[in-house]
Design a protein around this ligand. Structure first.
Ligand SMILES: Nc1nc2[nH]cc(C(=O)O)c2c(=O)[nH]1
Ligand code: SF4
Ligand SMILES: [Mg+2]
Length: 248
């Protein structure tokens, strides 16, 4: 059985060691596996090469269409596990796209990884709309849940699934990470925080931005909002260090 990964260049899987750049584990050395496919279409998505293939006309800021063959790679789960085990970090961040769309195969990959090299800390980046496969769920230590607000351009009934948000809010492994582009986006975050009783300790605000300049500019007012509302701030460390590039 296989996983469908994103690529850095055609034929090369996006599987790399780096520092976790966002959220509660920022700064921790981690290996990243980026899976292809997403069930949403955010107009500012910085990984549109995981979903916006030729023929997909959902709106995106760059209007880019990606060739599927150049941007996807099927790899055996055992192969993925071996590649992860061969890199130095003892933490794995699985991202996408929406990685929970491939939950059953991910569970087999994580099982294979723990057979090769036990003790990995497993973190999953998710848009929060998909329930983790029942075989995967107990293998995961941390979910970084990033529900999408109105400015993403997704219909609310696709982007925010009430039953799912309630389950994440009650799960101490789940850290929420809201992408904020303008101060006005805060109202929507506060309404969700209240509706689902999300503790401020598990709620991050992160500026939307694909350059250090934009992130720095937005961090100024976003930091102040975090102080006022008892929420956590997260930057995007990897963008400051390496820019908006694949495999970093
Ligand atoms: N270094 C680094 N940290 C990250 N944290 C979340 C990422 C993502 O794209 O989901 C990401 C990423 O792409 N790179
Ligand atoms: S949910 Fe994530 S991967 Fe999917 S379109 Fe939005 S930003 Fe991109
Ligand atoms: Mg990213």
């Amino acid at each position: 059985m296989t996983l469908i990964l994103a690529t850095t260049t055609p034929g090369e899987p996006e599987l790399f060691a780096s520092l976790q750049g966002e959220g509660a584990s920022t700064g921790r050395p981690s290996t990243f596996v980026r899976l292809s496919h997403c069930n949403l279409a955010c107009q500012w998505c910085d990984t549109a090469y995981t979903w916006r293939f030729e023929g997909d006309n959902r709106p995106h800021r760059d209007e880019a269409a990606f060739e599927r063959k150049a941007n996807q790679l099927s790899l055996d789960e055992q192969d993925v596990a071996e590649r992860v085990a061969a890199l130095p970090p003892d933490r794995l961040v699985i991202t996408g796209g929406e990685p929970l769309l491939q939950g059953a195969a991910l569970a087999r990959m994580v099982e294979a990884l723990s057979a090769i090299r036990p003790g990995f800390h497993i973190e999953i980046e998710t848009n929060g709309t998909v329930a983790p496969h029942r075989a995967l769920d107990p293998l995961v230590h941390q979910f970084n849940v990033s529900p999408k607000l109105a400015h993403s351009g997704n219909p609310a009934d696709l982007a925010q699934i009430p039953e799912r948000l309630a389950v994440w809010a009650a799960d101490p492994r789940a850290f929420f990470k809201f992408v904020v582009a303008e101060p006005g986006d805060l109202d929507e975050v506060l309404a969700l925080q209240q509706a689902y009783a999300i503790p401020g300790e598990r709620l991050f605000l992160m500026p939307e931005g694909r350059t250090g300049d934009v992130l720095r500019e937005r961090a100024v007012w976003l930091a102040d909002i975090c102080v006022q509302h008892g929420l956590r701030f997260t930057d995007r460390l990897h963008i400051h260090l390496w820019g908006d590039t694949r495999g970093t």
